[in-house]
Design a protein. Structure first.
Length: 732
């Protein structure tokens, strides 16, 4: 697979690395009850694999693939990927020959007065077929899964304000004690007056709750140093915004240790939603036309079945994840949605349509609070927008094909590169109101003003870059889709919200833009470089002062004083020759020849998949599914002094000792259990009892053959009452 190779070379999975092609182990879902084409809900069986077969504290580097079968798989409840290192993989993204995952809506939403899905916003951004997020709860908030990442519950505040470019944060008394080197840290800045002034937020809108009590500017860093005596933590990158201690409403800036799900991936399947038994049932996927196809949903920007606005894949508080070679068609709302996700790769996918694309922000490819990620090679059709929003930063969006707009949706998104995309937008891509298309049309590219976007978030931030995009648009009803002619000159980079040294709100002929229309876009473009947009082409800028001009600089943010090559990229060594460069190598002295992970640290496996790595596992061959202690040794329970594993559907001779238990590889509920006198040892005939230790039921053995279906669980304690230690057993 491809890797990021130029500007923003650290965007995406593992700082721009190729996606994994193998995993440490594979779990075949069919062995655990995921049966294709049976019309039954498979979500519970998939969830059971995650909950019972994969350790909650699984290492992100211990990749475990859950292999789904070909055919139709049904999902009728949310599947939680709440532990690291899990790959959900199908047998191809064709709905006919690959793995076809069908969402059967469980209608988790109500309907708000504006027609948007209604739900408890602490579960934002709603429900998905696959949800990547921890379910751990904060000690002071037990009502919500995932509350461990509610920053207001941690309430770690600043002792000193901070500024753009700082890497050391001074926290309140004992604040640094909550962090260790290598932790992910959330940093959120209160919306103070200086920030609102900079973003041209009207005074009439500054009392909105998301302005007075929110953190519009956020970022996730790694902690590189902790000084507990001074209550300081050091970040791996400079701050991209100023931080005041509080705003005029008394709302605080805060930090928090992040509990992230790492290295969760999705690949090689098809995903859709069945509209049967929903309010969308009467509608079709054709283009809306009031006369010829009033039930068409293409270019219809309404919520047609808001109770069923279920997303496809959601990453929330996630790190180093990916979606690759997945096809999604007609999802309930967002095919892909992020909310605090860092170093994601979304590549080589096909996204086509959504049943709900209306009020409340539905039907996007939604990059919210998305950091340092790579969206590349996707075919995106018939959704409302692809967005970068709510402090999205450091992202690279390139080589995608779309028939919707690329939308900087507001909330101080910044420092993103958007390049080499093909955007072909028909006139019908336009707002809707009162059940019908509105006036005007949406442009191929959208920028959020402080006035308009503060209705839901706030202004777009600094230094978002457009380079070599093909923007085409039909500007009137019935017109052909032709070259837009704005912000799309070949080999010119447009820096939006940037005057060459810092942020500048976009301006049209009347001053700061109030919204974004065709006329406003034309005026902003015509007034470059005085409109909040600057450009570079052949010899204009060297932003990072490394001696390589921006138009050829493939690494435009190299540190001051760094030695660079002819492409402007820092020359970095690999002192231990492990293939991981020194600037990201967290284990710089690994032994020669050792296999290492993306951090340069020696990879230690878990050969028996018990959650204890081999270097500390004192019992390296424990049976699958065993409960183990911290040394990797099986914990014997229920009065068992030893456990003997019995093959399924096989007559097996057993010699007993005191406290001997037998164990099968599946639950015995409803299964046949048989017990005979031993054929190999005829000196005595066993008489005694069989009792389930992890289920229910017991059975008296008082003849030479006993059969029963009354036992459940997997493990049985066999006790003799006549001192005979020989018995033959079978379950099937």
């Amino acid at each position: 697979m491809a890797t990021v190779s130029s500007a923003y070379a650290t965007a995406g999975f593992n700082n721009g690395s190729a996606l994994p092609t193998t995993s440490n182990s594979v779990i075949n879902a069919v062995d655990y009850g995921v049966i294709a084409n049976d019309g039954q809900d498979d979500a519970a069986a998939i969830q059971s694999i995650i909950d019972n077969e994969i350790n909650l504290n699984n290492s992100p580097d211990n990749l475990i693939t859950i292999q789904l079968p070909a055919g139709e798989i049904n999902i009728a409840q949310e599947v939680h990927i709440d532990r690291s290192g899990i790959i959900i993989k199908g047998m191809g993204n064709s709905p006919t020959s690959g793995t076809n995952i069908v969402i059967n809506s469980w209608q988790p939403y109500g309907t708000a007065s504006d027609g948007a899905p209604d739900f408890d916003k602490k579960y934002w951004p709603g429900f998905a077929a696959f949800r990547v997020e921890t379910r751990l709860k904060h000690p002071n908030e037990q009502a919500y899964e995932g509350s461990i990442n509610f920053h207001w519950k941690h309430a770690i505040e600043f002792d000193q304000s901070a500024a753009i470019g700082d890497t050391v944060l001074k926290l309140e008394n004992n604040g640094a004690s909550h962090f260790s080197v290598g932790d992910l840290i959330y940093v959120g800045a209160a919306n103070d007056t200086a920030f609102l002034d900079l973003g041209q937020v009207p005074s009439s809108k500054r009392n909105k709750s998301h302005v007075t009590t929110g953190h519009m500017r956020t970022q996730i860093f790694k902690v590189t140093a902790v000084n507990n005596s001074n209550d300081q933590v050091t970040l791996d990158q400079p701050l991209e915004f100023d931080i005041a201690l509080t705003n005029d409403s008394g709302y605080k800036s805060r930090v928090m240790p992040v509990t992230a799900i790492e290295q969760a991936g999705f690949q090689d399947f098809y995903l859709t939603m069945d509209k049967s038994n929903t309010d969308c049932a009467p509608y079709n996927t054709g283009v809306y036309d009031a006369a010829s196809n009033p039930n068409g949903v293409t270019f219809r920007y309404e919520n047609l079945c808001p109770q069923d606005a279920i997303h496809g894949i959601l990453f929330k508080w996630a790190y180093n994840g990916w979606v690759d070679n997945v096809a999604m068609e007609m999802i309930g709302s967002h095919p892909i949605v992020t909310e605090f996700a860092k170093n994601m790769t979304i590549s080589n996918n096909t996204f086509n349509g959504s049943w709900n694309k209306g009020a409340g922000g539905n039907g996007y490819i939604r990059g919210s609070k998305l950091y340092d990620s790579w969206i590349t090679g996707n075919d995106i059709q018939n959704v409302r927008h692809i967005t970068l929003q709510w402090s999205a930063t450091g992202n690279l969006v390139e080589n995608n094909t779309l028939n919707c707009d690329i939308n900087l949706h507001g909330g101080w998104e910044r420092n993103n590169i958007i390049r080499n995309n093909t955007v072909l937008v028909p006139y019908e891509h336009q707002s809707w109101s009162s059940g019908a298309p509105g006036t005007g049309t949406w442009q191929p590219f959208w920028w959020a003003s402080g006035d308009h976007a503060t209705n839901w978030s706030g202004p777009t931030g600094p230094n978002n870059q457009l380079t070599n995009n093909t923007f085409k648009k039909a500007l009137s009803s019935g017109a052909a889709i032709n070259t837009w002619g704005l912000f799309d000159t070949p080999n010119v980079t447009y820096y939006l919200g940037w005057d060459g040294t810092g942020y500048k709100h976009l301006e049209d002929n009347s001053g700061p833009v109030a919204t974004w229309t065709q006329q406003i876009a034309e005026e902003v473009y015509a007034n470059i470089p005085n409109s909040g947009v600057t450009t570079s082409s052949t010899s204009t800028y060297d932003t990072d002062n490394d001696g390589v001009l921006d138009n050829v600089d493939q690494c435009p943010n190299t540190p001051a004083g760094a030695t660079v090559d002819s492409y402007g990229c820092e020359v970095i060594g690999d002192s231990d020759n492990d293939g991981v460069l020194d600037n990201v190598d967290q284990c710089p002295n690994t032994p020669a020849g050792a296999t290492v992970d993306s951090n340069g640290c020696q990879v230690i496996g878990d050969s028996d998949n018990d959650g204890v790595l081999d270097n500390v596992d004192q019992c390296p061959n424990t049976p699958a599914g065993s409960t183990v202690d911290s040394n990797g040794c099986e914990v014997v329970v229920g009065g068992c002094s030893q456990i003997i594993d019995i093959p399924w559907s096989t007559k097996t001779e057993v010699t007993l000792a005191a406290g001997t238990c037998i164990r099968f590889d599946r639950d015995l509920s409803g299964e046949n259990n048989q017990f005979w006198d031993s054929d190999e040892n005829t000196s005595c005939n066993f008489r005694g009892t069989v009792t389930s230790v992890d289920g229910s039921g017991s059975l008296a053995i008082n003849s030479n053959y006993v059969s029963s279906q009354a036992l459940s669980g997997t493990t049985l304690l066999i006790e003799s009452n006549n001192s005979c230690p020989y018995i033959k057993v079978k379950a099937y």
